[in-house]
Design a protein around this ligand. Sequence first.
Ligand code: GAP
Length: 427
Amino acid sequence: MPEEIFDKVVKIAQSRGFVFNASSIYGGLRSSYDYGPLGVLLKNNIARLWWSSINDLDVSIYPVDTAIIQSSEVWKASGHLAEFTDPMVDHKQTGERFRADQVPEDIKKEDLTEPRQFNLMFETNIGPVKNENSAVYLRPETAQGIFVNFENVLRTMRAKIPFGIGNIGKSFRNEITPGQFIFRTREFEQMEIEFFCDETEEDKWFDYWIENRLNWYRNLGIPENKLRVRNHDKSELAHYAKKTSDIEFEYPWGWGELEGIANRGNFDLNAHQESSGKDLRYFDPNNETKFTPSVIEPAGGLTRTLFAVLLSLYKEEDLEKETRTIFKFNFDLAPIQIGILPLSKKEELITVCDDINGTLRSMFRTEIDITQSIGKRYRRQDEIGTPYCITVDFDTLDDKSVTIRNRDTMEQERIKIEDLSDYFKNI
Ligand code: GAP
């Protein structure tokens, strides 16, 4: 992927309302981002497609939405307090801090301090008095919220192994070197499943989830040649993992992680069992025994996926007199699915647009776009990835028909207003 795509996509994302620099009126906060109207729609669509894809499976995946701030005991038991660290080095002259494996090439080794371990969890205090018992942490993964609710879900949903629990939400890591726009930030969103199975079936489900998750990314429109699976070698494994494979995406700067699929064995349930004293074993009615299930974890990044989608679906097309830029979102994913454009600002035309919008907006994501010439409005809708535009012109007042323009082919067809809902339902 050419490197300039990065700059172009970041520019459009910011200028068209997908992503803004956080606190921008105060000059911004490094590597902190806010999602604008189109970014929120796109992010919600990705999350919705994640939930609906796991809902379609033959196995049950139960949803939870767990607290960002959990008891500190959770992080002690999970090993994050002791182990969730990155080695960091400081530049002796400038004081700049880098992750030891991410030092820019032009910096000499002798200018750096020896690596020190740095815990990535953000610490804060709960309640009005700050003391040794008030420290809490912003969660660095949504996964632990699932493990500590394992027994709650098992009991209330009468779940039978194999089954999963899914959680989407914000996670926080005090990354030493955040960067590359929303690829690595200190505040980000994850979409994680903990899938509980019998130990003898770990490998089967591990392979199943790799294929399942790869397919999901393909269905978002990420091309096959931009995806690959990379197995971690032993030295890379997180403290909880027996085995991990990353689904990687080819970013403009090279391959990088999109999602990690880990075999966590029974590390977490055992750790919480030991630490809390609660029985977190599963009762198998077939042979009337209790055991601690194994866990396969597909752990994806929602905000990182959003970036991969923008990079994958950004296209430029040379027309006769200009180049048009497009996000080729499919109909399900597009922030705005249908643009409704009056040919001119005449009130009669706007009234028809309002009527059409009134019918379509309960079923589809629509937008009425009035300002500027029709050509410029088509370009803007292409740029934000709107798959279809409806144009209302003066003939519409007589023939009760409108023109539908297809973003990708730029072909136009005339269709009766009364047939619009069915037309879009059948896409
Ligand atoms: N529960 C396991 C876990 O959290 P991870 O590989 O550290 O595994 C899972 O994170 C996913 O979360 C990553 O594949 C990535 O998509 C996303 N992610 C992790 N750190 C991130 C960061 N600093 N900024 C944006 N996304 C991040």
